[in-house]
Ligand binder design. Sequence first.
Ligand SMILES: C[S@@+](CC[C@H](N)C(=O)[O-])C[C@H]1O[C@@H](n2cnc3c(N)ncnc32)[C@H](O)[C@@H]1O
Length: 334
Amino acid sequence: MFVCPKCYHALWFFYPDQCVCGYVIPKIDSVYQFSDEPPVSLDQPGQRYLGYENVGENYEGCLEQEVDDYGIFGGCSRELVRLLGKGCIVLDLGTGLGPAAITLAVAGANTIAVDVSQRMLAIAAQRAAGRRMNSHLAFARMNAYNLAISNKSVDAVVAVDVLHQLDNPAVAVKEIIRVLKPGGVFIEYDSVSLPLTPEQHEINRRCSEALRDIRNHYYAALTKHGYAGPPFSSWEEVRETINRYFSAPELLPTDYVGVWTEKMRKGINKLKTRASGGAQLIPDDVHAAAWDEAHKNAVRKYGHNYIDIPGYSRYSGVVKVYRPKNEVLGDRQD
Ligand SMILES: C[S@@+](CC[C@H](N)C(=O)[O-])C[C@H]1O[C@@H](n2cnc3c(N)ncnc32)[C@H](O)[C@@H]1O
């Protein structure tokens, strides 16, 4: 699976400590170092990326009340392992704090968790340490633009909310296709909303509107204080790229059903701590001024306890299974 960064020899061990060339893969905080590229790079047009190095714990993709199963992640990972079979090899690209990778390894997939941010990987490895796994789980620092993974060596690549952090998602998609075994699949985890009663719907509407209003206020204040916005982030380009390289996805429903009431709390925490790719780059003084304005506006409109405004959504997880189009598989090297 892994490729030695020094001699490019394949390393056919799940824990790739040393290559036959003698090179010892450096390990920091349980994370193999296959790249020493910066965690955020905005220098090269067409190859820019936003690793979450300044985000860390504040990026909580899952729900506080469900930390063991990480919300939809547990259900989706179990469904994926049912599809591929226990012992399959899965690469979780842009693993972040590791919710997909950890639940995949618990479900029985041999999992390689990859991210360009050492900080995110180190926290993910720490979170995994206390869990009982049913297969291997290795954490490796790599860049999605240039994976140190052998050709045709993994059964699936999972990428959840990652490709929009890349200036040029097509380069990463070509890497994904390169490392897939014949018959291998690209996977996204997604959530679908489930019906609500009129009362629940009303609770959720009020919460969403207040959060949108507070966010809009914050972003308007950022602009006023001279911040031009995140350097890039285009979901449209990601969708267009995926459609270019893969057939329409097969959708696998999961048996997971969750209720989420923490939309306001999570949303405000992410805003306040700049916990997203582009937001982490907002200068301290600009952020402090914009947050101060947004907070005062929120207190005026929604009261001091606005963070406690409840939300209500019911949702389930869906696994999206993409198969590469035949024409993009034709020229792959062995
Ligand atoms: C929005 S977070 C998603 C994390 C995780 N997949 C989840 O759903 O909770 C995006 C992750 O992609 C990582 N990332 C961004 N650019 C990357 C790159 N060029 N190579 C590898 N990882 C990258 C970030 O460091 C971050 O951890």
